[in-house]
Design a protein around this ligand. Structure first.
Ligand code: THG
Length: 367
């Protein structure tokens, strides 16, 4: 593939100089911003993530900030997930749907106060939808993109590394909760979360010199732990069934099709946009759903377009992400499969660029 031309529109991050010094070898574009995808190789990065600890520049997970008396009401209008039990100090994975029940994004919502929220977005321009809703409903809330950049610390040694830099308090942070901790006199939100199944944290880092100071402090403290710069790993995230908005689902899909029905509460009058549409799909059930797919045989190439899923000569779905897994010694994939073929262990075929391959559908992912 040809190179991408850098420009002001393709935003660098507050950590980009650190990422480049650590030898990033490939980027993708996410929320109009650089997101590293490879350092040594996807396979080397994968093994290292599972045995040590990595520091990830995920600044591209931009925050949409809601601030003001109507912030909580607006947040509940945006998602079918019931937020009534959510406390300050918690993070929730929340589907965001439009009026037809189509997925617009699958962010992490961070409740800073009743009248102050961050929506940590996946790759779609959600700011405009949120501003449109707030203005259309004349809500008393300010919406913007603050100068906050998530930095993820992921891997089995993440607790030890973070304890060196932020103190032992990090060890007591529970999954999808956060604490406010200081680094160099600057308070930061530190959450136990992240886009891997290896455990770890996300620090919501304010802009300015403190961002690169934190980057350097993590590498100094982690020298004995073999800390490296890393990034969300394609193989590991498929093994873990972590969905990627724009790849595995789009606004053509409902949360139920994405296996996110458990995050939808349509019984109550929560006032969520798209409730009527979701009520219908919840009642009738989806006719296709995200599944784990094993593609048997040699390593498949990268998946940069849908690969049709075929059974008895007919299309019954499509694969959207695929990679060879060194640990499971097979090709792991994510696909959308029609209900006629979504039962575990159903035999199917996948039309890869290298031809038709035997494959199997599973309900559960690998990790
Ligand atoms: N962290 C933060 N922001 C993000 C992401 C993140 N924004 C973009 C993108 N990732 C959003 N998508 C996801 C997808 C999965 C998860 C988080 C964000 C995730 N899922 C867990 C799982 O499936 O095991 C837990 C879900 C739950 O039970 O609540 O973590 O990674 N800040």
């Amino acid at each position: 593939m040809a190179l991408l031309s850098p420009s002001r529109r393709l935003r660098r991050t507050v950590f980009s100089e650190g990422v480049e010094a650590q030898g990033v070898s490939a980027y993708t574009v996410y929320n109009h911003m650089l997101l590293p995808t490879v350092f040594k190789s996807v396979v080397e990065d994968y093994h290292h993530l599972k045995q040590a600890v990595q520091v990830w520049d995920v600044a591209c997970e931009r925050q949409v900030e809601l601030r003001g008396p109507d912030a909580a009401r607006l947040m509940q209008m945006l998602t079918p997930r019931d937020l009534r039990t959510m406390q300050v100090g918690q993070c929730f994975y929340v589907p965001i749907v439009d009026e037809t029940g189509g997925m617009l994004n699958d962010p992490v919502a961070v409740k800073l106060a009743d009248d102050h929220w961050w929506v940590s977005i996946a790759d779609s321009d959600l700011l405009y939808w949120i501003k449109g809703i707030a203005n259309g409903w004349r809500l008393d809330v300010l919406i913007d993109e603050p100068d906050i950049s998530p930095l993820a610390i992921q891997g089995p040694k993440a607790d030890d590394l973070m304890a060196e830099v932020f103190g032992d308090a990090v060890r007591n942070i529970r999954f999808f909760r956060y604490a406010r901790l200081e680094f160099n006199g600057v308070e930061m939100v530190v959450a136990r979360s992240g886009y891997s199944k290896q455990g770890g944290f996300e620090v919501y880092v304010p802009g300015g010199p403190v961002a690169m100071q934190l980057w350097h402090a993590l590498f100094e403290a982690g020298a004995s732990m073999d800390v490296r710069a890393g990034c969300p790993n394609l193989i590991e995230r498929i093994e873990g069934g972590l969905l990627s908005y724009g790849n595995d689902m789009t606004d053509d899909n409902t949360p139920h099709e994405c296996g996110l029905g458990k995050f939808c509460d349509t019984h109550d009058a929560l006032g969520c946009i798209g409730r009527d549409a979701l009520l219908r799909v919840a009642k009738e059930g989806p006719t296709q759903q995200i599944r784990a797919i094993e593609i048997i045989g040699d390593a498949v190439p990268g998946c940069d377009r849908w690969w049709p899923i075929i059974a008895k000569g007919k299309q019954v779905g499509r694969v959207s992400s695929a990679a060879y897994s060194p640990d499971f010694k097979t090709n792991v994939a994510i696909g959308m499969v029609k209900m006629t073929h979504w039962d575990p262990e159903t035999d199917i075929q996948v039309e890869t660029p290298q031809g038709l391959r035997d494959a199997k559908v599973y309900e559960k992912f690998w990790i």
